[in-house]
Write a protein that binds this ligand. Structure first.
Ligand SMILES: *Cc1c(COP(=O)(O)O)cnc(C)c1O
Length: 393
């Protein structure tokens, strides 16, 4: 029987290859993957575990809860440094400490509150986020100087990392990039014992001046181009496919789908495909979007609906119910799909819903199994058998 529902395939070996590429380009800086938002929608547990097997020892999440879940998945046998980009908002400190997480404190108030909780004989590990131009999270330079000069505010904190975030890393020609590097360099001396981190995926592509001690790639590991467009050095990690449910003729002059936004200019043959916006195909993918089927890009016709899309297969004999079309994958790259939908690869990935079947291919723990021959496809649920580290938390 052909597959009856949409399928999201996540290639852990491709993820690992992208991680190794970042390691090579980081020139000795630590590569600390960003696995927030459930690993950009791909499964933080699986993604992080493979990255650990590749040698990653520091990870970044956005939220406290993401950090707690990752700590539980890793368990005592994988003692990763887990940084929390939200810092320590009111009420979270106890849980951050209990799960041995490292908040990246992002305001003077957070620093004071976290400091007040620490014991003199056990300084709390933390990072400090400094704003070099984003105007989102982080201390302003003058605040950082004031904090660094007031040692009583820091005595009980073990500041391991000073970090900032790039505003336009996907636009190498933007002058703000150099300005941010300059500002970041100028403040490093305030925390000489802390490591420094500025670059996300795009930042790693901007050159050695951006690397410092640690880089924080996300999207590039998951198959998105670091500069916001397809990059041949990056391997696709995700393949999103859905089955053709029906193939039908549409007479000239009739419309397809809700709102009658598309009218057949001539008699057409269309495939009705079983995936829609509830599966993560953005509604804005029409009218520019397409799928890949039988060796060609085939345009979407009419609006994306909740469960269905329609595709032009007029010249295509291979289009038959049960056949799978590629919505994102090696033939229809993430960044191209994003551009067609007027958005970015990040949004495409994080919208891929849980309704599709999830299949992980490649190895979860690389080193041993890589020697044993071909990767064995594994279903998502098999990765979570009772007793495995992934089933906790
Ligand atoms: C999300 C995030 C990253 C990762 O960015 P990519 O562009 O996905 O590589 C790095 N640093 C911070 C602070 C982030 O919020």
């Amino acid at each position: 029987m052909p597959a009856a529902r949409a399928r999201l395939t996540i290639d852990l070996d491709a993820l690992a290859a992208n991680y190794r590429l970042f390691c090579a380009r980081a020139q000795g800086a630590e590569v600390a993957p960003v696995v927030k938002a459930d690993g950009y929608g791909l499964g933080a547990a699986q993604v992080s575990r493979r990255l650990w097997a590749e040698g990653a020892r520091s990870f970044h999440v956005a939220r406290l809860e993401e950090g707690e879940a990752l700590r539980a998945h890793f368990g005592p046998e994988r003692p990763a440094s887990i940084y929390v980009l939200d810092g320590a908002p009111t009420g979270t400190a106890g849980r951050l400490i209990a799960a041995n997480l490292i908040p990246i404190l992002s305001s003077v108030g957070q620093i004071e509150n976290y400091h007040a909780l620490a014991r003199a004989d056990a300084p709390l590990p933390c990072g400090i986020h400094v704003d070099t131009g984003m105007n989102r999270l982080g201390l302003r330079l003058e605040e950082l100087e004031a904090v660094a000069g007031a040692t009583d505010r820091l005595a009980r904190l073990n500041v391991q990392l000073v970090m900032s975030h790039l505003v336009c890393s996907d636009q190498p020609e933007d002058r703000l990039n150099a300005r941010q590097v300059g500002r970041f360099k100028a403040l490093r001396h305030l925390f000489p014992d802390a490591r420094a981190s500025l670059a996300n995926s795009g930042g790693v592509w901007l050159g050695p001046a951006f690397l410092f001690d640690m880089v924080r790639p996300g999207i590039g590991l998951y198959g998105g181009g670091p500069l916001g467009r397809p990059d041949p050095a990056i391997q696709p990690v995700v393949r999103f496919e859905a089955p053709i449910l029906d193939v039908r003729a549409v007479p000239q002059g009739e419309t397809v789908g809700y709102g009658a936004s598309f009218t057949a200019p001539e008699p057409l043959r269309i495939a009705v495909v079983g995936a829609g916006y509830a599966d993560g195909i953005l509604r804005s993918a029409s009218p520019e979007g397409a799928v890949w089927f039988s060796g060609a890009r085939r345009r979407l016709l009419g609006r994306v609906s909740m469960d269905l899309i329609a595709v032009d297969v007029t010249d295509c004999e291979a289009a038959q119910p049960g056949a799978m079309v590629e919505i994102i994958g090696p033939n229809l790259l993430l960044d191209d799909a994003a551009r067609d939908a007027g958005t970015v690869a990040y949004e495409i990935l994080t919208r891929l819903s849980g309704r599709a079947e999830r299949v992980y291919v490649g190895h979860l723990d690389s080193a041993l199994s890589r020697e044993s021959g071909n990767p064995v496809p594994s279903r998502g649920h098999e990765l979570e058998r009772p007793g495995s580290p992934l089933s906790r938390g």
